[in-house]
Design a protein around this ligand. Structure first.
Ligand SMILES: [Zn+2]
Length: 286
């Protein structure tokens, strides 16, 4: 009996510990290391196995998109160096959205590189406090980081011969930002879409007083995303567009597997289906 009580107490302790550590298991899975790889043209992957960080080489230095989890930073920085870059080469960091798993590493990477951080107005307060005010991520604060330049919908960032255009695709966060960029490889022109996340991620859709426009924003972003004219989809979690699988299928002389006009439609359709199901589930709640 005593041992049963002890076991129950231990279980209660483990359960409580788990409750105190939201996303504890996800973080372990997401943070598994993966080697950096070339995607196309001047674009590389330097993230972890579960969280994307993209590196864009320019004539004046490097642009980085996102910085993954705080605990991912040593791995991301190692990947950047493994490609032959110095951390001081990073001149600009673009924030996709203000959740701990993409923005948690921003403060450290910014400190180590001296880069300037660009982000949307709507995500700026979350980045600068390290605290979102709704949904499960509100229990996972991260190191606050100063935003040096705010980007609006349609803003172009030109640096070292590269131009990225910002598009606000809110819903997943209030300021979720996607970026497009032309790229040339083997004389062929392509357009990359660095797509912001489209998942609900456990956020309240119904009765979200902190973010009352959340449903409208998601709907608007689904149609905005679908309208992008892109043949290369890169997402913030690499399983969304099978980025790691594609990397393993790259073969010299064969078509680049990252070029695929169907990826975007598939990505948005799946996200919208999940959104509709989650909205129906939340709406049916008594
Ligand atoms: Zn997120």
């Amino acid at each position: 009996m005593k041992s049963a009580i002890a076991a129950l107490a231990a279980l209660a302790f483990i359960t409580a510990a788990k409750a105190e550590q939201p996303y504890a298991q996800d973080r372990i899975v997401w943070n598994k290391p993966t080697a950096p790889f070339h995607i196309i043209g001047n674009v590389y992957y330097v993230g972890t196995a579960g969280i994307s960080v993209y590196l864009i080489e320019t004539r004046k230095g490097v642009i980085l998109i996102d910085a993954a989890l705080p605990e991912s930073v040593p791995h991301v920085e190692r990947n950047i160096k493994a490609l032959g870059f110095d951390l001081k080469d990073i001149k600009i960091i673009l924030a996709g959205h203000a959740h701990f798993d993409h923005a948690g590493g921003l403060a450290a990477v910014k400190r180590d590189s001296g880069a300037r951080l660009f982000a949307s107005q709507a995500d700026k307060p979350v980045l600068e406090t390290g605290q979102i005010d709704y949904g499960p991520c509100k229990d996972v604060p991260f190191d606050p980081v100063k935003v040096d330049q705010v980007v609006k919908n349609g803003d172009k960032i030109s640096f070292g011969g590269v131009t990225l255009t910002a598009y606000l695709t809110p819903g997943h966060t209030r300021g979720c930002t996607s970026w497009t960029m032309p790229v040339v490889e083997n004389g062929q022109k392509h357009t990359i879409l660095f797509a912001c996340s489209l998942t609900v991620g456990g956020a309240p859709l119904v009765g979200n007083t902190a973010y009352p426009r959340i449903i409208d924003d998601f709907r608007h972003s689904f149609s905005r995303m679908r309208a992008f004219d892109t043949d290369i989809l890169l997402t913030q979690h690499p399983y969304n567009a099978d980025e790691l699988g594609k990397a393993s299928r790259v073969k010299a002389g064969a078509p680049n597997p990252f070029v695929n006009r169907d990826d975007l439609g598939r990505y948005v359709d799946a996200a919208e289906r999940d959104f509709d199901a989650e909205l129906a589930r939340q709406s049916a709640k008594p």
